[in-house]
Design a protein. Structure first.
Length: 81
């Protein structure tokens, strides 16, 4: 099972969860698209700029391969002060 973690504004929308990814989900872009289809609030957050994704605690800057054994974290942009 993949572990999905949500931080920042994402944590207001979705709880952390372990999930069996559908076989069609092979990369981070496909996961974001699938999550967006299943939850309108997540889709709205994904549409905002500045979001980041980490796969197995490594920040990614472009599409990355994922598997059911990965930990995928979604982080919204943070505002400083």
């Amino acid at each position: 099972m993949a572990k999905l973690l949500f931080f920042g504004r994402f944590s207001d929308i979705a709880p952390a969860r372990d999930i069996d990814l559908p076989e069609s989900i092979k990369d981070s872009d496909a996961l974001v698209a699938w999550l967006s289809k299943t939850d309108a609030a997540l889709a709205a957050q994904f549409a905002r700029s500045g979001n980041r994704i980490a796969v197995n605690k490594v920040m990614i800057s472009e599409n990355a391969a994922i598997t059911n054994s990965d930990e995928i974290a979604f982080m919204s942009a943070l505002s400083g002060g």
